[in-house]
Design a binder for this molecule. Structure first.
Ligand SMILES: NC(=O)c1ccc[n+]([C@@H]2O[C@H](COP(=O)([O-])OP(=O)(O)OC[C@H]3O[C@@H](n4cnc5c(N)ncnc54)[C@H](OP(=O)(O)O)[C@@H]3O)[C@@H](O)[C@H]2O)c1
Length: 197
């Protein structure tokens, strides 16, 4: 379990990303932030976050990269700007999407040499970092354990489900675009030998 100060990058500063970055700052981590549109990092930077002007600069700053943007195509657009810098880093994707998109992104991240953690957020932004927020993660055991302490700061338990995919995800009432993991039977594609950072 990792509970010490860590460099962590947050890509996407919408409602959820702002809450995630703010919580990580409050937990004492060194947080680098990036958003497509300028200005959304202002309050976070006033609180000590480090602004990045490009995705590449943001990704290069930290071994752990949290992504929270609109949808999975946006995730690919954003991460595609990091190029080879993704290799050896851990990606936590908290963006909602379909199981198929999640599997495709996991395979793509593995091809880049990145460790991949898929997250399902059961929370509204106001509750991130409190016991009212639950976030489930799917990832290989080693990378889960490496970041467990940090991820627990974001929501209750930071519970993980192993490197297995949701076979059926249900939409979450009250949160358009959110999905609930309801079954985990088939294995996800494994990363293509990601390197430890
Ligand atoms: N809010 C919730 O309660 C909640 C709960 C669970 C899960 N989620 C999921 O978390 C994700 C983010 O939600 P949110 O509430 O933060 O959404 P939001 O407030 O609408 O913010 C969307 C973010 O995505 C960015 N974005 C959109 N398209 C992009 C693109 N093509 N390239 C780069 N950045 C792009 C936006 O950047 P700009 O500022 O430049 O527009 C903004 O930072 C979604 O998948 C959502 O379903 C949200």
């Amino acid at each position: 379990m990792n509970t010490s100060t860590t460099d962590v990058t947050v890509l996407g500063l919408g409602n959820l990303g702002q809450a995630l970055a703010g919580t990580l700052l409050r937990a004492g981590h060194i947080v680098t932030v990036w958003n497509r549109s300028a200005g959304r990092d202002r309050v976070l930077v006033e609180r000590g976050a480090r602004p990045a002007s490009t995705v590449a600069q943001a990704v290069a700053a930290s071994p752990l990269v949290v992504v929270s943007v609109l949808d999975q195509p946006a995730v690919r657009q954003v991460l595609g700007q990091a190029g080879p810098l993704l290799s050896g880093r851990s990606l936590v994707n908290l963006t909602s999407g379909s199981p198929r998109a999640a599997r495709e992104l996991a395979a793509w991240a593995g091809e880049q040499g990145a460790w991949y953690l898929a997250g399902a957020v059961y929370a509204v932004p106001q509750t991130v970092g409190t016991p009212e927020a639950t976030i489930h993660y799917s990832a290989e055991a080693g990378v889960r354990q490496r970041w467990e302490g940090l991820l627990e700061a974001l929501g209750r338990g930071g519970r993980t489900r192993g490197w297995r995919p949701p076979t059926t995800w249900r939409s979450w009432p009250g949160c358009t675009g959110c999905w609930t993991v309801s079954s985990t039977r088939r294995p996800w594609p494994r990363p293509a030998s990601p390197r430890a950072s």
